[in-house]
Design a protein around this ligand. Structure first.
Ligand code: NAD
Ligand code: UDX
Length: 477
């Protein structure tokens, strides 16, 4: 099989950037060029202030940028030079037309594919890195073959990415597995072997799995659906805990000790967010429906519905604890990112929460250590949420510290599990002093020490633990 010397990646996003930076770092003899249509993004990748925040990313990029790693807007040149091309463009949920709200918008994948066909002057291995519906590789092949110059041969591989944000570099350096799907033909197997060689630069061979194309495409949707399903399962149980006096952390710990269940991904929360889970499950729902499998579709759809329910339930608890009215009350939102150690806010539960709190006419003060202020305004003014920035700014403010957000607040709501919100890091005595009384604190991430906060004087409400006044009514033993 062919030895890859030059790689190009279309799309310098959360996946393309870190993935190909690690490939370059671990394959010093391979030239890697990451291109994007967005010139601002490329300029940021070439600067000291990278466009995304990931622990360890700066070091990896700095170790090989300008040596064998390049960021460029010259898409044509990078395609022409490359032996292997990753397609790592965005595949958002369609917002209109057939399948709106469910199906993946494959417009960016198709235009990237057409771009490759148009400019390629020799044979290429084209790798789907984007998360796509099952059988997208077939459409890509069709488009490539219909538009290519005569005599040019394309091999298409599926190589889904399993990295999670916030731990992207660690996940890429030490993945559970790498999955490569190909056609079961000689050409297909040989293209797969070329890509295996790249990953073998730092990953053990036995962790590099090769399958057929459709299994590989489906595995990505399946893995995300199963991970999200675990969170919805524990969140569904958190509602039972709150109503009965069970403690969801104890339930999750005891269940997780069963080696068949395992301890990971069983942390109850205000709901899962991130760019992938909801999008990929809805994509799977749409796929099931188009295959005339309505029961299968309904099964997976419930994972997303449970997540919506969890966010709504949390807000209802805030409202009912605050004496059924939030009008004019100040609510401090600690954390706006969808999880800690990332500045990404896509599908963050905090966005939904702020929307609900606004509808209750609360005054909301938001603090997040990594999310840019402009990003928060953009998220809260998305069409369908609200489009009037001036009106929004009367109700919502952005604070530059947790203390500033909590000053004069009636309630503090932890939405993201940033370490700096833990009892050991934030001075909750100081927070208590500066709040209106009674001072409420709602922990949507189960990171706070309830007993200690109560001893300060807070009224504490935790996901998956009984209501503050519940314990006393339970002391019948
Ligand atoms: P992103 O929006 O951060 O980046 C995609 C980039 O592609 C954008 O910068 C865009 O300008 C660029 N682009 C679009 N069309 C292009 C074209 N024709 N040529 C060159 N560049 C083009 O998206 P992302 O988060 O990196 O996700 C990319 C894919 O990876 C998606 O399919 C996503 O589902 C999947 N994925 C994401 C994650 C994650 O954690 N974000 C994890 C696994 C898989
Ligand atoms: C996810 C997948 O983990 C990753 O494999 C895939 O490639 C992309 O999608 P990501 O969205 O970056 O990664 O983060 P992840 O750590 O999976 O968290 C997703 C959401 O679930 C976050 O909002 C997180 O806070 C929440 N979560 C996670 C919980 O509420 N409880 C848990 O136990 C774990």
């Amino acid at each position: 099989h062919k030895k890859v010397e030059k790689i190009c990646c279309l799309g310098a996003g959360y996946v393309g950037g870190p993935t190909c930076a690690v490939i370059a770092a671990r394959n010093p003899h391979v030239q890697v060029t990451i291109v994007d249509l967005n010139a601002l993004r490329i300029a940021a990748w070439n600067s000291d202030d990278l466009p995304i925040y990931e622990p360890g990313l700066d070091e990896v990029v700095k170790s090989c940028r300008g040596r064998n790693l390049f960021f460029s807007t010259d898409v044509d040149k990078a395609i022409i030079e490359a032996d292997l091309i990753f397609v790592s463009v965005n595949t958002p949920t369609k917002t209109q037309g057939m399948g709106a709200g469910f199906a993946a918008d494959l417009g960016y994948v198709e235009s990237a594919t057409r771009h490759i066909a148009k400019v390629a002057q020799g044979d290429k291995i084209v790798v789907e890195k984007s998360t796509v519906p099952c059988r997208t590789a077939q459409s890509m092949r069709f488009i490539l073959e219909a538009n290519a110059r005569p005599g040019i041969h394309f091999d298409i591989l599926s190589n889904p990415e399993f990295l999670a944000e916030g731990t992207a570099i660690a996940d890429l350096m030490n993945p559970d597995r790498v999955l490569i799907g190909s056609l079961n033909t000689e050409a297909g197997r040989s293209a797969a072997a070329s890509l295996v060689d790249i990953y073998a630069g730092w990953i053990k061979r036995e962790q590099i799995i090769t399958t057929n194309l459709w299994s590989s495409e489906l595995t990505k949707l399946a893995a995300n659906a199963m991970l999200a399903q675990r969170i919805s399962s524990i969140n569904a149980l958190s509602a039972i805990c709150e109503a009965t006096g069970a403690d969801v952390d104890e339930v999750s710990y005891a269940c997780g000790l069963d080696t068949r269940i395992g301890p990971k991904f069983l942390k109850a929360s205000v709901g899962f967010g991130g760019s992938c889970f909801q999008k990929d499950i809805l994509n799977l729902v749409y796929l099931s429906e188009s295959l005339h499998l309505p029961e299968v579709a309904a099964y997976w759809k419930q994972v997303v519905e449970m997540n919506e329910y969890q966010k709504k339930r949390f807000v209802n608890r805030i409202i009912s604890c605050l004496f059924n009215t939030l009008t004019g009350k100040k609510i401090a939102i600690l954390g706006f990112a969808f999880k800690k150690d990332t500045g990404d806010t896509r599908e963050s539960p905090a966005i939904t929460l702020c929307k609900y709190l606004r509808a209750e006419r609360a005054n909301v003060a938001i603090y997040d250590p990594k999310v840019a202020e402009s990003q928060i305004w953009m998220d809260l003014t998305e069409p369908g949420i609200t489009d009037d920035l001036a009106k929004l700014q009367k109700q919502i403010s952005i604070a530059d510290s947790a203390y500033a957000a909590c000053k004069g607040a009636d309630a503090v709501v932890v939405c993201t599990e940033w370490d700096e919100f833990r009892n050991t890091r934030l001075d909750y005595r100081k927070v208590y002093e500066m709040m209106n009384k009674p001072a409420f604190i709602f922990d949507g991430r189960l990171i706070l020490d309830q007993k200690e906060l109560e001893s300060i004087g807070f009224h504490v409400e935790m996901i998956g633990r009984p209501r503050g006044n519940f314990e006393t009514s339970m002391q019948w033993e």
